[in-house]
Design a protein around this ligand. Sequence first.
Ligand SMILES: C[S@@+](CC[C@H](N)C(=O)[O-])C[C@H]1O[C@@H](n2cnc3c(N)ncnc32)[C@H](O)[C@@H]1O
Length: 168
Amino acid sequence: MEIEIGSGNGHFITEYCEKNKNTFVIGIEKKRKRCVKIIQKIRKKNLQNIEIIQGSAEDILLQLFPSCIDAVHIYFPDPWPKAKHRKRRFFKMISLNLLAESLKKGGRINFATDYFDYALQAKILLSLHAGFRLIESAPPEEAFLSVYANKFNNLEREIRFLSAVKTG
Ligand SMILES: C[S@@+](CC[C@H](N)C(=O)[O-])C[C@H]1O[C@@H](n2cnc3c(N)ncnc32)[C@H](O)[C@@H]1O
């Protein structure tokens, strides 16, 4: 079982689930209209291996059983570029603690952003967290199908990908 945090319009999760029929993925998205769009895509593709939960990832993660998740996907999270808004970013130590609780040992976090300082923040947090180790890994190709990924590619912004494994 895997989760995606901030599924947006569902490009990653629907393509990934179509290709990986034996993987069950829970998409967590806080905006209702986006959840509706994802559900339309799921119905069109007749996918049986997805569940969409509308809500904030921080709240949903608290409700999962410990050590039940194999991988977490976080692609192009809201960057909150203004300094005064950075505390709104999902990827912070408290969220990492929640992810460490939900992931199985050996489970992975995959993260991509086109914001240099967000990539740096994520890299520092993952390096400092005792429960994770950064690893060299290639992102799943479906991570780059979304509207956001395309927009950033067209703007020729550099996309940075990080992967970490839960060690403890
Ligand atoms: C910039 S969009 C990227 C969407 C998608 N991952 C993609 O690559 O196209 C970020 C999405 O994360 C959602 N989001 C932001 N914070 C969230 C949170 N704490 N819990 C769940 N969803 C969140 C937003 O509503 C938005 O749809």
